[in-house]
Design a binder for this molecule. Structure first.
Ligand code: DGL
Length: 258
């Protein structure tokens, strides 16, 4: 398998893509950023399932041999849709690798889970972790994605939003970043806990998803590539994504709807 299709609403899935790319530079990544529908976190499940159906169809038509749902929100409500469209091709969702990690390691508790409204409302993390015997606290943190997409990863407004959310979450010993955008906030999150003298283990669902995707991939042949499509190729997003990726990104034109 050499060509992997990944998607998310925007920047978050690119974080997963970048980790895959760093570990498997000979793989061809096909990335679809659904920027026209960003953020995903406040959309209804029915709406999200429609987006996922179209995107997975598109990526498979573009040659993807496996699909990574680099989004917890879409994973929470539409894995079955992706699997149905992928018709037997491998599909990795953003939630299972983290649950597998918890099954394999006993982590300190209470465990905090932060994510979008849709992810938190699904209680997929809360239920599974409780069944494993953990004390779990879940909290929707909907302002974080827009702040990240604004490029405000160090901004005082983001610090204030995080402080409000993490205070509301209360004391935790492990924090699950149940949104693939959130790794960009790890320095601020670490600082919040450090200042309070709390030792909190941070679990990134984006990184664990990247590891799950990488494990069956062979890394041979010539250097791979990143092909990017955006449902709304707005220049601000492209500039931010290029800064984050480390080189200029040029989205491919999407075919006109028939
Ligand atoms: N990064 C996505 C997630 O993991 C989607 C965030 C959003 O667009 O609200 O949930």
């Amino acid at each position: 398998m050499r060509r992997i299709g990944l998607f998310d609403s925007g920047l978050g899935g690119l974080i997963t893509a970048r980790w895959v790319w760093m570990r498997r530079p000979k793989v061809d990544l096909l990335y679809y950023g659904d920027t026209a529908h960003l953020p995903y976190g406040d959309k209804s499940p029915a709406q999200l399932r429609g987006y996922v159906r179209e995107i997975v169809r598109f990526l498979i038509a573009a040659g993807a041999e496996g699909i990574g749902i680099a989004c917890n929100t879409a994973s929470a409500v539409a894995v079955d849709v992706a699997q149905e469209v992928a018709a037997g091709l491998p599909v990795w969702d953003a939630i299972q690798p983290t649950l597998a990690y918890f099954r394999a390691h006993r982590l300190p508790e209470p465990v905090g889970v932060i994510g979008t409204y849709t992810t938190i409302r699904s209680h997929l993390y809360g239920r599974a972790l409780s069944q494993m015997g953990y004390t779990v606290k879940e909290l929707a943190t909907p302002l974080l994605v827009p702040l990240i997409e604004e490029g405000w990863t160090k901004h005082p407004a983001t610090r204030a939003a995080l402080r409000t959310y993490l205070t509301e979450l209360g004391e935790v010993r492990t924090l699950v970043l149940a949104c693939t955008h959130y790794p960009l906030l790890v320095p601020l999150i670490r600082r919040y806990y450090l200042r309070r003298g709390q030792d909190v283990k941070i679990i990134s669902t984006a990184r664990l998803l990247a590891e799950a995707i990488c494990s069956p991939l062979t890394d041979s042949g010539q250097k791979g590539s990143l092909t990017l499509w955006l449902s709304d190729p707005n220049p601000r997003f492209i500039a931010l994504a290029s800064r984050f990726w480390g080189s200029p990104l040029r989205p491919m034109p999407l075919p006109c709807p028939s």
